[in-house]
Design a protein around this ligand. Structure first.
Ligand code: ACO
Length: 328
């Protein structure tokens, strides 16, 4: 990239929230024909969190957003843009982002949802970058928030053990950069979708088709095969768009779907698994929330530090997939 003064979207705060209720694999054994050894061996998942009855996606989002704002030294009064990536909105409308705006007490601004399922957070970051790096937002909240437990078919043991509830958020603010890869901020994206693969992973209901919410359906082994190939290609695409080498990345912050997918992608890219942040054991697949949850954990425990080069990647229903390079 040629140098010169440009606006960058810089992450100034990160926050994660998991509901209090913990459900271990052993707990699931009581309601589903499964066992801890199968789940751990095939997925790496040890526990997940479930939202309480009456606790909605927006409530999880508000908790994560509050932590991200505090970390950024900002308050709700500063927020002029809220984007929530979710596939489990409180209501068909209004957007969960508008509900979050009301619950946080933010002033009138822009608020809408992005629906790209597990890729939602990466998609939402790219949309927010369009506002922040054009000077249209001074303080943006990008939130991934999900109550995936509400989409489970508890008679389908191949899917219901894989998902959990949670939320993660980042604050994005504009900062002047030189237009080089040394700049802090979002540096490059690769976003993809292939609607012909809908049958591999979808929810079998919706307001316009069945008038119901529906349940999650997945051909897990087919999704698995696409995941490793697609994600690796998107990682290379995002690195090229940013003008960095995959080998330069300090930390990979992947969507937490399956430990074997994380390992498979790392192997395909020739990346050491030591550089891959994995939190799947603690919260299972929280769809759009999983990347900011993993980022929040790695910031909190001191692994991710300002100035480091991060690469976030995901794949989900659609199929959608994508990756993003960020200098933290
Ligand atoms: N407990 C015990 N046994 C089970 C369970 C369970 N929860 N689920 C399935 N089994 C059994 C099956 O019945 C089958 O038994 P059989 O051989 O007697 O017929 C056996 O385990 C193997 O089943 P498979 O479905 O072939 O298992 P596989 O090795 O493919 O693992 C899994 C399944 C974990 C779902 C894997 O395919 C996977 O992780 N796929 C990717 C899914 C994913 O990550 N999706 C999310 C990405 S996108 C997003 O995040 C929305």
């Amino acid at each position: 990239m040629t140098s010169g003064s440009i606006l960058r979207s810089v992450v100034t705060g990160v926050g994660g929230y998991l509901p209090e209720k913990v459900v271990t694999n052993a707990d699931l054994e009581k309601i589903v024909d499964t066992n801890d050894a199968w789940i751990v061996e095939r997925t790496g998942i040890r526990r997940r969190h479930w939202a309480e009855e009456g606790q909605f996606t927006s409530d999880l989002a508000v908790e994560a957003a509050g932590k991200a704002l505090a970390a950024a030294g900002r308050s709700a009064a500063d927020v002029d843009l809220i984007i929530v990536a979710t596939t489990t909105p409180d209501l068909t409308f209004p957007a969960t982002a508008a509900i979050v705006q009301r619950k946080l007490g933010c002033p009138i601004g822009v608020a809408f949802d992005v629906q790209a399922v597990c890729s939602g957070f990466v998609y939402a970051l790219s949309v927010a970058d369009g506002f922040v790096a054009r000077g249209m937002s001074k303080c943006a909240l990008v939130i991934g928030a999900e109550t995936m437990s509400r989409l489970m078919d508890w008679t389908d043991r191949g899917t219901c053990v894989l998902f959990g509830d949670g939320a993660g958020a980042v604050v994005l603010e504009p900062a002047a950069g030189q237009g080089t890869t040394a700049d802090r901020g979002l540096l490059g994206f690769a976003l993809r979708a292939d609607g012909t693969k809908q049958d591999l992973l979808y929810v079998d209901g919706g307001p316009s088709s069945t008038g119901t919410v529906g349940k999650l359906r997945m051909q897990g082994n087919h999704v698995f095969k696409h995941a490793v190939i697609n994600i690796a290609e998107a990682v290379e695409g995002a690195a090229a768009a940013a003008g960095v080498a995959v080998a330069d990345v300090d930390w990979f912050i992947p969507h937490q779907a399956n430990q074997r997918i994380l390992a498979g992608v790392a192997h395909r890219l020739g990346v050491s698994e030591d550089k891959v942040v994995s939190t799947i054991a603690e919260h299972a697949n929280t769809s759009a929330a999983s990347i900011p949850l993993a980022l929040a954990k790695a910031v909190e425990d001191g692994r991710v530090r300002p100035g480091q080069l991060l690469l976030m990647e995901a794949m989900g229903g659609g199929l959608t997939w994508g990756a993003c390079v960020l200098r933290f």
